[in-house]
Ligand binder design. Structure first.
Ligand code: NAD
Ligand code: TYD
Length: 354
């Protein structure tokens, strides 16, 4: 947690887009707890990935407001800024899953991630021009995937080439460029963060860690793509939320900040740890056809955010993974409810023929 005596924040009303999703909901919990002067407006379309149950603990909180709306609908976004004089935007709303972008198609990704980000930037600028209370800062939450895949050595810096390899990553890269263009062309006070793979409570069970925990708890096969030797730089979601808080308050306009967990591990290592924590047999592991164009390795160099803003990762991977496994074990109703609905059709689409 931030030490609020050393990290002062002025009263601030923050528009969070996509706050009913995994990282957005964790960020809302984090900010309301860490900063008594912060108010949050959560704007979310409640797609399959948005779940207001992630926010039941704060829904009666006077400093929290939920507005249902779609960032791809200009009228929704204009009405939002007209009704709420916000100081800053933290933009999470996105289509976020690589496999969906590959198997269901990129259209929704292009619409939300590119067009939605553009409409939000336009409305942000228009609200500034109206003048009454000018939103100061636009934090765009992006991903390490825009850099593409690494070889066995090295880490991505903010100067690494942008080389996205799948439709999800390509749309995130495009949205990053739109944000940078708004900064350079119109002077928008925008900052971009690029974070590595998150894990923790409320992550939708289509992503590796919650999927493997849920399948193991139900004694179902754990589908490992290809040889399982792909490496990801896992970060506990609370560390990401804290980094975003630092960037929101202290980041330099027009700058990109990489955020990483500092430890890249193979998918098979992660899965074996989960099985061990749950005391389930490794015979549940099932190698399936690899993801097309599967990025082999991601690893982030977080030197800039550490040296410029003083952020440091606080959670160790093994301890945070155990806390996450415990959370999914204790909150089985949360993910079982998701998996009993539309999700089963999705699972059949993605995994049926592998
Ligand atoms: P998520 O899929 O769990 O949540 C996305 C949220 O956005 C949902 O609540 C959904 O309802 C909402 N949304 C989608 N389309 C919308 C639209 N058109 N209008 C309004 N709301 C809409 O995603 P997440 O994993 O929490 O990721 C959040 C952000 O962080 C994304 O921008 C993602 O690219 C980025 N990111 C994620 C990770 C990760 O490991 N999950 C890592 C780095 C960056
Ligand atoms: P994922 O959580 O989808 O994140 P990303 O693709 O953004 O890194 O996947 C993490 C890694 O786990 C990635 O290398 C793909 C792999 N994976 C599997 O092996 N099996 C699965 O069922 C899933 C969902 C992912």
């Amino acid at each position: 947690m931030l030490n609020s005596s050393t990290h002062k924040i002025t009263p601030m009303k923050i528009l969070v887009t996509g706050g009913a999703g995994f990282i957005g909901s964790n960020f809302i919990h984090y900010m309301l707890a860490a900063h008594p002067d912060v108010e949050i407006v959560n704007f979310d379309a409640l797609t399959y990935a948005g779940n207001l149950e992630n926010l039941t603990a704060v829904e009666r909180e006077a400093r929290y407001t939920f507005v249902k709306g779609d960032i791809t609908v200009a009228a929704d976004v204009a009405a939002l800024f007209a009704a709420h004089a916000v100081d800053a935007v933290v933009h999470f709303a996105a289509e976020s899953h690589v496999d969906r972008s590959l198997h269901i198609g990129p259209e929704a990704f292009i619409r939300t991630n590119i067009l939605g980000t553009q409409l939000l930037l336009d409305a942000f600028r228009a609200a500034g021009a109206r003048g009454a209370k000018r939103p100061r800062r636009f934090v765009h939450v992006s991903t390490d995937e825009v850099y593409g895949s690494l070889g066995p050595e090295g880490r991505f810096t903010e100067n690494s080439p942008i080389k996205p390899n799948n439709p999800y990553a390509a749309t995130k890269a495009a949205s990053d460029f739109m944000v940078l263009a708004a900064h350079h062309s119109y002077g928008v006070d925008a900052v971009i963060t690029r974070c590595s793979n998150n894990f923790g409570p409320y992550q939708f069970p289509e992503k590796l860690i919650p999927l493997m925990i849920a399948n193991a708890l139900e004694d179902k096969p754990l589908p490992v793509y290809g040889d399982g030797q792909q490496r990801r730089d896992w970060i506990y979601v609370a560390d990401h939320c804290q980094a975003l808080d630092y960037v929101l308050r202290q980041g330099r306009a027009g700058q990109v900040y990489n955020i990483g967990g500092g430890q890249d591990v193979t998918n098979l290592e992660v899965i074996r740890l989960i099985l061990k924590l749950l005391q389930k047999p490794e015979s549940l592991i099932q190698h399936v056809t690899d993801r097309p164009g599967h990025d082999r390795r991601y690893a982030m160099d977080s030197t800039r955010i550490e040296t410029e803003l003083g952020w440091r990762r606080q959670f160790d991977f093994a301890a945070a993974l155990k806390a996450t496994v415990d959370w999914y074990r204790q909150n089985s109703a949360w993910w079982q409810c998701i998996r009993s609905g539309q999700y089963s059709k999705y699972y059949e689409t993605i995994y049926g023929n592998r």
